[in-house]
Design a protein around this ligand. Structure first.
Ligand code: PMP
Length: 423
């Protein structure tokens, strides 16, 4: 038998290296989660105030209603609730999402794909779009989980600077111009326009329009990740990039270059793993194929439970907004009172996070063990930089701590920073 291409062999392992080291794909070899794993382990120390994890408040999960919805779903749908279901997702849920995702511009259920968490949306978007060597644009800083989903597909990242109003549009325009001069068109830009993870910042309306202008001009897809958009507690709600794009196309979803992702993780409960993507039909068709190869369908019962819970959503979201507003305000007051001068922080209008920038001399990774000794943990900023940098930054999550814990944690943090500055 003749072969037209040489047989691919594994890279031989060097002596002393366990054989599986050489077996990992190049994409996975590029991932290094050691720092994050160490940090999460540190944050597990009992008794400390943990501003590090990005967890919603568990006492606000609607436990009783979830139990009732689950019983109702099993009674209503019987064995269907635990059988395989369609890859696209439970139709009543897709119908509701088609109508409610962009209120002013409803889409059809054919433009909605249910996913097993927003994290799967990112992974499958990467799977259908990224070829090795493709250029991806990501915000600086950006959600580290997205970088983790994209990196195994071996893209080249280009980092887009941000300021108080989100992406710096002049910098983006210059970057796109430079890349075009090199003959490179980025495959997509990944952005979190509302209460960004990690900074808590929101992209202004004017910049949303500019982002659409630029990406249309250069033929770059937009991946809009919006798990926090419903959690606004101050300021005016802004239309999503996807909704603004639908206005431009006269509600023709198939002409939109925006892929919109959201999730029930932050509005109901993350363990339900229920999320969705709204996009042009050809993109949804590819996502369906990718999902068949990933998990066939999202858990049927969970989709039914979420559908039963939809009438509860408005009051649940109101509860979350009120509670997170109180926690954010408490944290901002404590930061204003306690932090040494030279430390700046963002003021979020919603969501779960804010972002601290310390004087350049402070390395927040090196400082973390000392903060933990003092009783507080945070997420080091360097984790959120796809191309390095941010050593003097950190993310604080206020949604998972009580008001007194917030005071106590910020006092411990301020004292740690003060000591660090005097070192
Ligand atoms: N995108 C962003 C910006 C996030 O912050 C998160 C979770 N922290 C996710 C996606 C994934 O969330 P989930 O899979 O629970 O929907």
């Amino acid at each position: 038998m003749s072969l037209s291409a040489p047989i691919q062999t594994r890279r031989p392992s060097s002596p002393g290296t366990p054989p599986f080291e050489a077996a990992f794909s190049a994409g996975m070899r590029d991932l290094d989660g050691t720092a994050l794993r160490d940090m999460l382990r540190l944050a597990q120390v009992p008794g400390i105030v943990n501003f590090g994890g990005g967890l919603p408040a568990p006492e606000l999960f609607p436990m009783q209603q979830i139990a009732q919805a689950s019983t109702r779903a099993l009674e209503k749908y019987g064995w269907r609730a635990v059988q395989y279901s369609t890859t696209e997702g439970f139709l009543p849920l897709r119908e509701w999402l088609a109508e409610h995702t962009h209120l002013a511009s409803p889409v059809t259920p054919d433009h909605i794909q249910i996913m097993t968490g927003g994290q799967q949306s990112l992974d499958l978007i990467a799977k259908i779009l990224i070829d090795p060597g493709d250029t991806l644009l990501v915000e600086t800083p950006t959600y580290m989980g997205a970088v983790q989903s994209f990196r195994p597909y071996r893209p080249n990242f280009a980092a887009v600077p941000t300021d108080e109003q989100g992406i710096d549009m002049d910098a983006l325009a210059a970057l796109l111009r430079d890349l075009a001069a090199q003959g490179r068109t980025p495959k997509f830009i990944y952005t979190i326009p509302n209460f960004q993870n990690p900074t808590g910042r929101t992209l202004s309306l004017e910049r949303r329009q500019l982002l659409l202008d630029l990406t249309e001009q250069y033929g770059v897809l937009v991946v809009e990740d919006d798990p926090y958009g419903q959690l606004r507690f101050s300021g005016e709600s802004l239309p999503s990039l996807a909704a603004l794009m639908l206005e431009r196309t006269g509600d023709d979803t198939d002409q939109s270059h925006v892929i919109y992702c959201s999730s029930f993780s932050k509005t109901l409960a993350p363990g339900l793993r229920d999320a969705w993507v709204q996009a042009a039909a050809p993109i949804i068709d590819r996502l369906v194929l990718a999902k068949q190869g990933a998990d066939m369908c999202s858990p049927t019962l969970n989709q039914m439970i979420v559908t039963e819970l939809l009438p509860l959503l408005p009051s649940q979201i109101a509860r979350l907004r009120e509670s997170y507003a109180g926690r954010a305000e408490r944290m901002l007051r404590a930061l204003g009172r306690e932090l040494p001068s030279g430390v700046t922080y963002t003021v979020p209008q919603g969501g779960m996070f804010l972002w601290l920038t310390l004087p350049e001399a402070v390395d927040t990774a090196a400082m973390l063990p000392r903060a933990v000794e003092n009783g507080v943990a945070y997420m080091i900023g360097a984790c959120f930089h796809a191309l390095g940098g941010g050593h003097h930054t950190m993310r604080l999550c206020y949604s998972n701590a009580g008001l007194e814990q917030i005071d106590q944690g910020v006092a411990a943090l301020a004292q740690t920073i003060q000591t660090e500055l005097e070192r």
